[in-house]
Structures are given as structure tokens and as C-alpha cells.
Design a protein around this ligand. Structure first.
Ligand code: AOF
Ligand code: ZN
Length: 345
């Protein structure tokens, strides 16, 4: 691999990322076609159910006769199955590029095997370029395929002295306005947003991405209310956006609102399977402390995004203290944003 290979793969990953918020539960995939050091075609998977990255990239090449002399960089192994669209491997075999370079193997067993077929047809294949970056980009997809559950992101805000709410559960104004707007962006990027019963009750959140226009859909709103004690007057039950309330008592459906009963034994496993069955690839969990405690006890989290404000409460509900790896920190005006992962990428 040479430096220019890295650059072209970086471009493929950059294109792939444009699918964030649009392609789930599919992975984000980008593709670049290069002839004699020049990019002659580019494409990405734009929409769930739509054409794959390779199809769009090849389509964009004006002179298709150059393809057989080109290198195709694709951020995920070309699929080898009939899904919503035909196999990309067939398309590549049809044009027979000189070389195909991929970032990540497709660990979805239905789609795997593309690279082997290309190699068997005499195409030079290389795998694993910028692998870590690709695994990070598609961490939600790989969680579903490899761990059989949605990717779980915890998000909270805490004071400088480590509290995420006052003792009466009031938690308004810990993070600043910019941080809160950023959370709206994140809501557009994940498939579901979840809160526990106390957060639903005391904060009465809407869990929509109304302060960040641009993403095409609202996430599924999820609340846990085992004994169905929450008042129906809460925003979460207003039917304005798809919502689901997991409980131990009843199955019931209304407009945009599902009450789903699940067994108390292995509650979380059942809940995550149910979400996965609804095409949910990732869940952003916005509190509160009990929900974080239950999930972290079972090791059910992948990523934490925590805002740390400059002021202190002195007492209140303590923020979780979890073991993880600090990935990066950012300044959001006077808040510090820390990104943690449970396992390093
Ligand atoms: C690729 N290029 O751009 C994408 C791939 O139902 P389908 O036809 O859209 O197939 C979805 C599966 O195909 C998905 O689970 C993943 O394994 C692969 N996605 N493959 O070659 C792409 N998005
Ligand atoms: Zn494909």
C-alpha cells in the first residue's frame, strides 16, 4: 500500500459518512474509482434500500472503458448477495478493474465472500486499508452483525463535581446551549433515543431532533416503564413521533405509540432484540442514573459522551463512573465534551 492508496481510501470513507442518518440499518459505504492517479468516479450508499456505493461510483464514470485499467477503492467489501439490490461483486466482475482495495471485510454472513470471488477472477485485491477508521465509522452496523444487538451510546451532562442532577431529579442547565444543540444533531444520527422512567417523569423530554434541521427522520423514542406508572400526559406519549414504551404488563398500540410487554427475566436482552427486530442499529441513552447503572452492570454499553460543566452542585445524583478508554475531548464553549469507548477500536 502506498500513501496515495491511503488518500483515496480516506476519500471513500469521507463519502461513506455522508450516509449517516440515511442508510441505517445498512452500513455507510463510499467508493472511489481511480485511473492513472486521477479520480474518475465516486459514489456512496445514499439511502436505505437504494443503490450501493459501487453502483453509484461506477455509474458516475464517464468513460467506462477506463474501468478495466482502474483501481476501485471501497470502504466495505463488495456485497456478494441479492438483497434489496443485486450483488456489487457481479457488477465489478462485469467491468473487471485491475485492482480492488477495501477497508473492512463485510462480516454480515449474507453479504460476505465478495473479495474472494474477485480474487478468483484474477483481480488484484487488498484488504484492511484504514481498517480502524472504517470500523469506527460503521461501529453501529458491526455491533448488530457481530454482537447481535444495537450499538449503545450513553450521553449525560455532569457538574464539575460529578453530579448529573440535583437530589429532586432536576437537571436543567447543567450543559450549555451549544452542547444541547449538539445533542439534537446526535439524535438525528441514531435510530433510537431512550430514557428511563424518572427522566421521562421529571424532565418530560420530547426526544426529537428539532434544534438540528437536515436529517431526514426522527429517531424512535423509547421509554422504560415496567409497571406503567407514567402519566399519559408526557410528551413521549403525545403520538407526534413514533414511540415505544417497554413494560412488564401489557401490549397495546395507538397512533405512533406502542406499549410492548417483555419478560422480566433477561429483560434487557429481550428489549434489545425487540429493538433490533425493528431495524434499530443504535440507541442513544439520555439517562437517568438508574438506567445507566442497570445497563453498565450487564456491560451493555459501547460509547459514552459526557459534557462536563464548570459549575458545581455540592450534592445530588452522582454521574456513573465507568471503566473505559478516553477517545478524545473537545471544548463546547465552557463545557468539556469527553468521548469514551468501552473497548478500544
Ligand atoms: C456494498 N456496498 O454500498 C453497501 C453494502 O439489502 P441491500 O441490498 O441494500 O444489502 C444490504 C447489505 O449489503 C448490508 O447488510 C451489508 O452487508 C451490505 N452493504 N455493500 O457492497 C454498499 N451498503
Ligand atoms: Zn453491494
Amino acid at each position: 500500500m502506498q500513501e496515495h492508496d491511503r488518500l483515496f481510501m480516506q476519500r471513500a470513507l469521507e463519502l461513506a459518512r455522508l450516509g449517516l442518518g440515511y442508510v441505517s440499518p445498512n452500513p455507510m459505504v463510499g467508493c472511489v474509482v481511480v485511473h492513472q492517479g486521477c479520480i474518475i468516479g465516486e459514489g456512496w450508499h445514499r439511502q436505505y434500500g437504494g443503490a450501493h456505493a459501487e453502483v453509484n461510483a461506477i455509474e458516475s464514470v464517464a468513460d467506462k472503458s477506463l474501468l478495466s485499467q482502474s483501481t476501485v477503492y471501497v470502504s466495505l467489501e463488495p456485497c456478494n448477495h441479492w438483497g434489496k439490490t443485486p450483488p456489487c461483486t457481479d457488477l465489478l466482475l462485469q467491468h473487471k478493474p485491475k485492482r480492488v482495495v477495501i477497508c473492512n471485510a463485510d462480516t454480515n454472513p449474507k453479504a460476505a465472500g465478495g473479495l474472494q470471488r474477485l480474487a478468483a477472477a484474477g483481480i488484484k485485491v487488498e484488504a484492511g486499508l484504514l481498517e480502524k477508521e472504517g470500523r469506527w465509522l460503521n461501529r453501529r452496523f458491526f455491533a448488530v452483525v457481530e454482537q447481535n444487538r444495537p450499538y449503545i451510546i450513553f450521553k449525560w451532562a455532569q457538574t464539575a463535581d460529578g453530579y448529573m442532577a440535583r437530589s429532586d431529579y432536576s437537571s436543567k442547565w447543567i450543559s450549555n446551549a451549544y452542547a444541547r444543540q449538539l445533542v439534537h444533531k446526535w439524535r438525528g444520527e441514531e435510530d433510537a433515543i431512550m430514557v428511563g422512567r424518572n427522566t421521562a417523569r421529571y424532565d418530560n423530554p420530547q426526544l426529537t431532533n428539532r434544534d438540528w434541521p437536515g436529517y431526514p427522520r426522527q429517531p424512535l423514542r423509547v421509554v422504560i416503564d415496567r409497571q406503567l406508572l407514567l402519566p399519559q400526559s408526557l410528551h413521549l406519549f403525545d403520538g407526534s413521533h413514533p414511540s415505544i414504551c417497554y413494560n412488564l404488563k401489557e401490549d397495546r398500540e395507538a397512533h405512533n405509540l406502542i406499549f410492548k410487554k417483555i419478560p422480566s427475566v433477561d429483560f434487557w436482552q429481550h428489549l434489545l432484540q425487540d429493538l433490533k427486530g425493528r431495524g434499530v442499529q443504535s440507541v442513544l441513552i439520555e439517562g437517568g442514573p438508574q438506567l445507566f447503572a442497570q445497563l453498565s452492570e450487564l456491560g451493555l454499553w459501547d460509547e459514552i459522551r459526557v459534557f462536563i460543566a464548570p459549575h458545581s452542585f455540592g450534592s445530588g445524583l452522582a454521574a456513573p463512573r465507568l471503566q473505559g478508554h478516553l477517545l478524545k475531548t473537545e471544548s463546547i464553549h465552557d463545557n468539556q465534551l469527553q468521548w469514551w469507548v468501552q473497548k478500544p477500536f
